[in-house]
Design a protein around this ligand. Structure first.
Ligand code: WQD
Length: 338
């Protein structure tokens, strides 16, 4: 089935951090977008800002994937050609405290969505997976064919959904791509979209920028005794706009040739340590970031970064933003929105 001109793409969680940046890129590429979002981790101001950036207001349906009636209704009201599924919970620490909430939202919610899609003959699905499925046993750089493992309910929920999608793809009607995100950071160059973690941020970049702006007192660096270049944790940070563009790239890849089931890493292929990130941020933005080395954070791995050959070779996508771009855009966002 060819996606029609001006085809409608359903983006669940489309008012969230990665979702909103992807909506902006989809509209810029000529797609019509329907956003399905329960507003638990976003707000209606994001829709206004998307309209400012895109020159058109995406359709918004406020609803929750844990309600099969609410997600079914979307397919009655709109002609959907493909779905990009971001809606889900993503805090590792929260998942340890509330595993059932994570399995209900991330697994049952996805099952509800997939059932609604099949009932309405919509079979193109792009799933927001995570590098966390590589677990703690693999050597870097992580490759898609490596064995997976989960060390927390959040990671297990992503791993379980990947397995559900793989089993579903035994039905040749399904066209499914799972994208394993590494560490998204940064913000839209307009500073109209960005990361808005609720409460004290868990992730490095939002904590770092809030320390630089004085909202937080001091950045804690979780351990400098890892077997890495400078002892601090190494990750594959990718600009959120690059990540958004990767979704548009795989969507057009699916349209060009039917994909039954594929998994792609989405990262830069480079590992950056915490100290390197602090140094880059300070130099790029000419500001000091007070930090202190403390104990390791339980559950952290020392090193995680992607082998990105597969998405580059098959889809023709690669990240183009530099670490400096990530630090500049993250800082601009913090200054305009703190
Ligand atoms: C990055 C590095 C920390 C905070 C998590 C999830 C993953 C994905 C992205 C959803 C590590 C260090 C951090 C701080 C620090 N989320 N750090 N001080 O843990 O790689 O991945 O977020 O998909 O699933 O696991 O990201 O930003 O929390 O940590 O030193 O205050 O920064 O130890 O080395 P992580 P992170």
């Amino acid at each position: 089935m060819k996606i029609k001109q001006n085809s409608q793409i359903l983006v669940t969680g489309g008012l969230g951090y990665i979702g909103s940046h992807t909506v902006a890129e989809l509209i810029a590429t000529g797609y019509q977008v329907v956003i399905f979002d329960n507003l638990t981790n976003s707000h209606l101001g994001v829709l206004e800002n998307l309209e400012t950036i895109s020159g058109q207001r995406p359709q918004l349906v406020i609803g929750d994937v844990t309600s099969s009636s609410e997600i079914d209704q979307v397919f009655q009201d709109y002609e959907i050609d493909a779905v990009i599924h971001f809606a889900g919970l993503k805090s590792v620490s929260e998942s340890l405290a509330q595993p059932l909430k994570y399995f209900e939202n991330n697994v049952t919610g996805t099952i509800n969505l997939l059932k609604a899609m099949a009932a309405n003959n919509v079979y193109r699905h792009i799933f927001s997976s995570s590098a966390t499925v590589y677990g703690a046993h693999n050597e870097v750089p992580f490759k898609e064919e490596m064995s997976r493992g989960a060390t927390n309910p959040y990671g297990r929920s992503k791993l379980m959904v990947e397995d559900i999608l793989k089993d579903l793809s035994n039905d040749p009607n399904w066209e499914i791509i799972a994208l394993r995100y590494f560490n998204p950071v940064g913000a839209h160059p307009s500073s109209l979209l960005g990361e808005e973690p609720k409460g004290i941020p868990n992730n490095l970049m939002p904590y770092l920028v809030q320390t630089a702006s004085g909202r937080l007192k001091e950045l804690q660096v979780f351990g400098n005794d890892y077997d890495t270049k400078d002892g601090t944790g190494v990750r594959d940070y990718i600009h959120v706009v690059d990540l958004a563009k990767a979704h548009v790239a795989v969507l057009s890849y699916m349209i060009k040739k039917p994909v039954n089931f594929e998994v792609f890493n989405v990262g830069t292929g480079h590992g950056i340590s915490v100290l390197e990130m602090i140094d880059c941020f300070e130099k790029t933005n000419n500001i000091k970031v007070p930090f202190k080395i403390v104990e390791r954070r339980p559950g952290d791995v020392g090193e995680a970064f992607a082998d990105v050959a597969k998405i580059k070779d098959l889809v023709g996508w690669n990240a183009t933003h530099s670490l400096e771009d990530m630090c500049k855009d993250a800082w601009n966002w913090e200054q305009k929105n703190k």
